[in-house]
Design a protein around this ligand. Structure first.
Ligand SMILES: [Zn+2]
Length: 302
């Protein structure tokens, strides 16, 4: 699934490809992609004649900002856009085609068919699902340490679970959360409320560092995700902890472990990211840390 850096890369690519173009007509061949309006005929009618002014993004949602309307698009698992000339053969799994007045076509392909599109009157998109309840935008200037601390520091949930909650911070997916926690030296199962200020500051800085590196590298992907112009993400090669189960930690050499936190596969180094059990009075912390065969548990510092 594309994460925030990939979607940001797609946004930038689409900015180059479609901003300034005017939609002549639209055809939809898979109605369930269109979540709003209910009637796909209305969707096609409502988009005709509009000019794309700007490409925006909110979390992992792309925003096609037009004169009077905004199209909100989520790629989900496999959705992708491509710009074609009219007459180019239409590839399988192409579900929506935007025909521009200059003879080019923006085509939306989605093998898994999980992607969504919502059409709103301009400005109205933030008052409704799916954008209405989203949290802080980590690549915005407003994502300061203080803003981060205010949404995270009091949570009693595990820090990894808190970071994945889109109502707190948007767009931080499984890969980047593991990377940021590793770089910050924080065990993913640490309750958020037990992190002290120095750890929170470090984590905030590492979230920014990880995301910015990924955006610069064009986004990563586990499944050779291709962005709007067909470039492959390069960040995958920069991953320090994610996907490295049983490999030596790049910092200390200890074997990288994999566990499950909040239902998600989670990579961590038990030496670089020790789980401190500070308060004896709290209910028992589950002994689920470490891999099933318990290898490497001797490396945890007391
Ligand atoms: Zn390590």
């Amino acid at each position: 699934m594309p994460e925030l850096p990939e979607v940001e890369t797609v946004r930038r690519t689409l900015t180059d490809l479609v901003v300034g173009k005017t939609i002549q007509s639209v055809t939809v061949s898979l109605p369930r992609i269109i979540q709003k309006p209910d009637d796909i005929h209305q969707f096609e009618l409502d988009l005709a004649g509009h000019r794309i002014l700007e490409m925006g993004r909110r979390g992992k949602f792309l925003r096609f900002i037009m004169d009077g309307v905004v199209l909100v698009s989520h790629l989900r698992m496999e959705g992708r856009y491509g710009l074609y000339q009219s007459g180019d053969p239409v590839e399988k799994h192409t579900h929506v085609i935007f025909y521009f007045t200059d003879g080019t076509e923006l085509r939306y392909r989605d093998v898994r068919q999980f992607g969504t599109m919502h059409l709103f009157a301009a400005g109205d998109e933030f008052n409704h699902k799916p954008l209405s309840k989203l949290g802080l935008e980590p690549l915005d200037d407003a994502f300061t340490y203080e803003a981060f601390r205010d949404v995270i520091a009091r949570r009693t949930t595990k820090i990894k679970v808190a970071l994945l909650n889109q109502e707190y911070i948007v767009g931080l997916g499984n890969i980047y959360v593991d990377e940021a926690l590793f770089r910050a030296g924080i065990h993913p199962e640490t309750p958020a409320c037990e992190l002290h200020e120095e750890q929170l500051r470090k984590l905030h800085a590492m979230i920014l560092e990880t995301l910015n590196e990924a955006v610069e590298a064009g986004g990563s992907s586990i499944k050779s995700y291709v962005n709007g112009q067909g470039e492959m993400g390069m960040f995958q090669q920069l991953l320090r902890i994610y996907g490295r189960k049983d490999e030596p930690c790049v910092v200390c050499g200890h074997v990288v472990e994999k566990t499950v936190v909040g239902g998600r596969g989670t990579h961590f180094c038990p030496v670089c990211q020790p789980l401190k059990r500070t308060s004896a009075g709290k209910s028992k912390v589950r002994r689920k840390v470490g891999s099933a065969d318990n290898q490497g548990s001797g490396g945890v510092k007391g």
